[in-house]
Design a protein around this ligand. Structure first.
Ligand code: PRP
Length: 209
């Protein structure tokens, strides 16, 4: 049985379409219900819907053999997994954003609100800029509006959340997309099947620029 952890939500549904087209289908996953585990006995496949930020935990610990996680999560948590393929979906950017009137005052520590402490820390360390990280779990855009932080480091997809809250991108840190990852031991034991999966998915990414 190959255990596959997919991120619950719109991205997961798109990614499942790619897995099915790659020859790894599990039609019951498309039924309208709240189940989290779906099995294709005939092909020896078991899919799980996992909270996107948890996929790498399932894969790292071997509860799933393969999974799909955002590059943001892989950089932030550095799980001990192999990254096999850029699926070229779920594309967005990690960026620094701030109110339009923001001017960096280098005499003071910069207050940075983020869910991504390691990415934010690494970015400012590379600039030699002293910062104070304020870790938040969501609605990061609120922080500078309420004076909790000077800037945010967060994911920007369409830019709508920033725009509607009067914030602007200051610096783009890196592009993000969904990646196929595998548990290291699973990759040794099921290399043939996992490589078939990688190849089937790769053929589809080749159609994307
Ligand atoms: C993400 C991100 C931004 C928003 C960006 O939030 O943290 O808030 O999406 O998307 P946009 O550029 O298309 O507007 P998410 O929906 O994951 O919620 P949360 O971070 O507030 O939990």
């Amino acid at each position: 049985m190959l255990n596959i952890a997919l991120p619950k939500g719109r991205l997961g549904e798109q990614v499942y379409g790619m897995f099915a087209a790659a020859g790894f289908p599990c039609p019951s996953i498309l039924e309208e219900n709240r189940r989290l585990i779906f099995v294709n006995e005939a092909q020896g496949l078991r899919y799980f819907w996992v909270k996107p930020s948890d996929v790498a935990v399932y894969v790292e610990r071997g509860a799933a053999d393969v999974g799909v996680a955002g590059k943001d999560i892989l950089l932030e948590y550095a799980p001990d997994v192999y990254e096999l393929l850029d699926l070229k979906v779920g594309r967005c950017r990690m960026a620094v954003a701030a109110p339009a009137e923001f001017r960096d005052d280098h005499r003071r520590k910069l207050r940075v609100a983020t869910k991504f402490d390691r990415i934010a820390g690494g970015h400012y360390a590379s600039l030699g800029r002293d910062i104070d990280i304020i870790h938040l779990n969501g609605s990061i855009e609120l922080a500078p509006l309420l004076g909790l932080s000077d800037v945010i480091v967060d994911i920007v997809e369409t830019g709508t959340t920033l725009r509607e809250n009067g914030l602007k991108v200051v610096t783009e840190i890196l592009p993000i997309s969904a990646r196929l990852i595998t548990n290291k031991a699973s990759y040794e034991f099921c290399r043939g099947e996992i490589e078939n999966l990688r190849h089937g998915l790769w053929l589809q990414t080749e159609e994307k620029p």
